[in-house]
Design a protein around this ligand. Structure first.
Ligand SMILES: *Cc1c(COP(=O)(O)O)cnc(C)c1O
Length: 336
């Protein structure tokens, strides 16, 4: 099916801006660096999950669902945007939150995304440590059915072929935007976690015969596992779009080395990247995803991976509410 025929509801402010980062580009002395502002998708503080939810919520409505159920970590951005999307279309929402990060900032379980989940009126189920996540998700969906509800279950990160359509559409949007602005983009760099964003971009760019290469920076400390997920979802997305050929093998590039010890665990490189983007460009990143992806971008530029004549785009996937859950880690030298 063509992308334009797949059911979709409008949730995001689109197109998101494509902006030049002159001071960061100059500081690093390498390629021209632009940012694609998917932190500005507009729904409940924005982020990349909103594009996926345009397709996922449309499917839920087509199936006659009255309740949305999804799962994520305590500070999941996906969960927060899902709660907002459900509120926006008048569906009830159950969120299954797992304690996935051994991080003991006092703000971690009360501030940032989890604060917004409650504010958005979702029913929050906080799982005890060590609970089997998929089992818990199935149990909650079953209990809802037993109570006469019609739940629609969205996987972690909204990452399946339906959700990935949001990023297949983003690929087309970026190509059009670049053409109109007279920019030739060589690389698109972003944080990759549950795989749907990268998979959708790969399928969408492939369908548009684009020359842009996607570099997914692993933020999970399990790059091989992520690459496997991206490969599967990209293939499913390409197939659902009835593309004549599947994306080539070398379209899949997941870069490891910037995740630190585990998902959600801060790194010194991340903190300095977050400070650099803030102080040079007034651009706010997050500690879990975009800060680590920017740390990767900075390091790759410094290693000489790109030439000065090339243009790279950093896809800002959002996540800023998470910053407030790491309050203590960002206390400055000055105590500010
Ligand atoms: C979910 C998320 C990502 C990763 O996207 P996936 O589609 O899960 O790979 C990146 N950045 C932020 C801020 C996110 O919330």
């Amino acid at each position: 099916m063509a992308l334009s025929q797949i059911p979709r509801i409008p949730l995001a402010h689109l197109p998101t801006p494509l902006e030049y980062l002159p001071r960061l580009s100059e500081e690093l002395g390498g390629p021209r660096i632009l940012v694609k502002r998917d932190d500005c998708t507009g729904l409940a503080l924005g982020g990349n999950k909103t594009r996926k939810l345009e397709f996922l919520i449309a499917e839920a409505q087509a199936q006659g669902a009255d309740t949305i159920v999804t799962i994520g970590g305590v500070q999941s951005n996906h969960v927060r945007q899902t709660a907002a999307a459900a509120a926006r279309v008048g569906l009830s929402c159950h969120l299954v939150l797992a304690r996935a990060v051994p991080w003991d900032d006092p703000a971690y379980e009360v501030s940032g995304n989890v604060q917004l989940d409650h504010l958005l009126g979702a029913q929050v189920h906080l799982l005890p440590e060590g609970t089997d996540r998929d089992g818990a998700l199935r149990r909650i969906a079953r209990a809802l059915r037993t109570n006469g509800r019609s739940p629609y279950v969205i996987p972690s990160g909204g990452s399946n072929a339906i959700g990935a359509m949001g990023y297949a559409a983003c690929a087309v949007e970026l190509e059009e935007q670049a053409r109109a602005a007279g920019e030739t983009i060589d690389y698109l760099i972003h944080a990759t976690g549950s795989g749907g964003t990268q998979a959708g971009l790969i399928a969408g760019l492939h369908g548009a015969d684009s020359q842009i290469q996607v570099l997914g920076i692993d933020i999970t400390a399990a790059a091989d596992e992520i690459a496997g997920k991206v490969r599967t979802i990209a293939r499913d997305t390409s197939q659902a779009l009835a593309q004549a050929k599947r994306p080539p093998r070398d379209a899949l590039q997941v870069i490891s080395g910037y995740a630190g010890s585990a998902y959600g665990m801060p790194t010194e490189q991340m903190r300095s990247a977050v400070r650099m983007a803030a102080r040079l460009e007034g651009l706010i990143l997050d500690p879990v995803y975009t800060g680590k992806a920017m740390a990767g971008l900075i390091d790759l530029v410094r290693q000489g991976r790109f030439s000065e004549t090339e243009t790279i785009v950093f896809l800002h996937t959002g996540g800023m509410p998470g910053l407030f859950a790491y309050n203590e880690y960002f206390r400055d030298e000055t105590g500010a």
